[in-house]
Design a protein around this ligand. Structure first.
Ligand code: ZN
Ligand code: ZN
Length: 266
C-alpha cells in the first residue's frame, strides 16, 4: 500500500506535482466573530468615509415587484452584504495586490441572470475588495431592500487550514488522469472523491466540476483563462444555499484583479 493521500499520490506520480496548488480550507463555525480577524458573514469593516457598495445590476424579480411608481434610485440600489473577510496571513497564497492585507467578499443577496455574458449563471452578484486593514473601521451596512434568506450568511468564525489541492480529473491530460485513477483504485479510494478538489469553503486551489463537465471560465474583459479564488459551499454553517444546494465558484483574472469576477455554479 502507498499513502492514499494527495501527497502519496504525487510521490507515486511525480508529474502531478506541477498541478498542486496551495489552498486554504476555511472550516466555518456559527459563532460570533471578532471585529478584526478573518470571519464569515460579518461584522463589517469598511474604509472610513467611503460609501457602502450597492448592487446596480438588474434582477429577474424586479419585474414582479409592486407596480407602484418608485424613486428610480431606490429601485436600483440594493445594499451588498458581507460574505467573507480574510486576512492575508490566513491565505498568503492569494494574489494579494501591493499593500493589501485584507480581502472582503461581498454579494448582492438576490438572483441575477445576466451578469456573466453568454455563460449560464443564476445567483448572487459577487464583488471582491482588496483592502488595507489599517484603513478599515467597523461599519453597520444599510439593510438590503430585498434579499433571499438563503444568501444571508450566519456569522461564523473560521479555522483556516493550509493544504495543497489537486485538480478535478477533467483538468488533467489523459495519461495523468489514468495514472491518478489507477493509484486511487490500488489504494481503495477514488481520485475525484478522496484525493482531488478538497470540499467545503475554500480559498485558492481548484474548483470541482461535479455537476457539469469542465467549462473553462474566461475573463469577460480580456479573455484570459481565469483562476479559482473561492468556493462557497451550501450547508449548515453559515447556512447559505447556492445553485440548488451546490457550490458557487468565484474566479479572478490573472492579468488584472480589477476585471469583473467569473462565477460558476455546480
Ligand atoms: Zn443585485
Ligand atoms: Zn482579464
Amino acid at each position: 500500500m502507498t499513502d492514499p493521500t494527495p501527497a502519496g499520490l504525487v510521490d507515486a506520480v511525480p508529474a502531478l506535482a506541477s498541478y498542486l496548488r496551495p489552498a486554504t480550507l476555511l472550516h466555518p463555525e456559527a459563532k460570533a466573530p471578532t471585529a478584526h480577524g478573518s470571519s464569515l458573514g460579518g461584522p463589517a469593516l469598511w474604509p472610513d468615509g467611503a460609501p457602502w457598495p450597492h448592487c446596480t445590476a438588474g434582477h429577474p424579480d424586479d419585474a414582479y415587484e409592486d407596480a407602484a411608481p418608485r424613486d428610480p434610485e431606490i429601485t436600483a440600489a440594493i445594499a451588498l452584504v458581507p460574505v467573507l473577510r480574510v486576512r492575508a496571513a490566513d491565505a498568503p497564497h492569494l494574489p494579494w495586490p501591493d499593500g493589501a492585507d485584507v480581502l472582503q467578499v461581498l454579494w448582492c443577496p438576490n438572483d441575477h441572470d445576466d451578469i456573466q455574458g453568454d455563460r449560464y449563471y443564476y445567483g448572487p452578484a459577487v464583488e471582491l475588495h482588496w483592502q488595507r486593514a489599517d484603513g478599515l473601521a467597523p461599519r453597520t451596512p444599510p439593510r438590503s431592500r430585498r434579499s433571499d434568506d438563503e444568501y444571508l450568511p450566519t456569522p461564523c468564525v473560521l479555522r483556516p487550514q493550509q493544504i495543497r489541492d489537486l485538480p478535478d480529473r477533467d483538468e488533467l491530460p489523459g495519461e495523468l488522469r489514468s495514472a491518478a485513477e489507477e493509484f486511487a483504485e490500488r489504494n481503495g479510494t477514488e481520485y475525484h472523491r478522496d484525493l482531488a478538489c478538497a470540499g467545503g469553503w475554500k480559498l485558492g486551489g481548484w474548483p470541482s466540476w461535479r455537476s457539469t463537465d469542465l467549462i473553462p471560465v474566461d475573463c469577460g474583459a480580456c479573455g484570459a483563462r481565469m483562476r479559482h479564488l473561492l468556493t462557497v459551499e451550501s450547508g449548515d454553517d453559515p447556512d447559505v444555499s447556492v445553485g440548488r444546494h451546490g457550490e458557487l465558484h468565484v474566479f479572478v483574472c490573472p492579468q488584472d484583479l480589477g476585471h469583473p469576477v467569473g462565477l460558476d455554479l455546480q
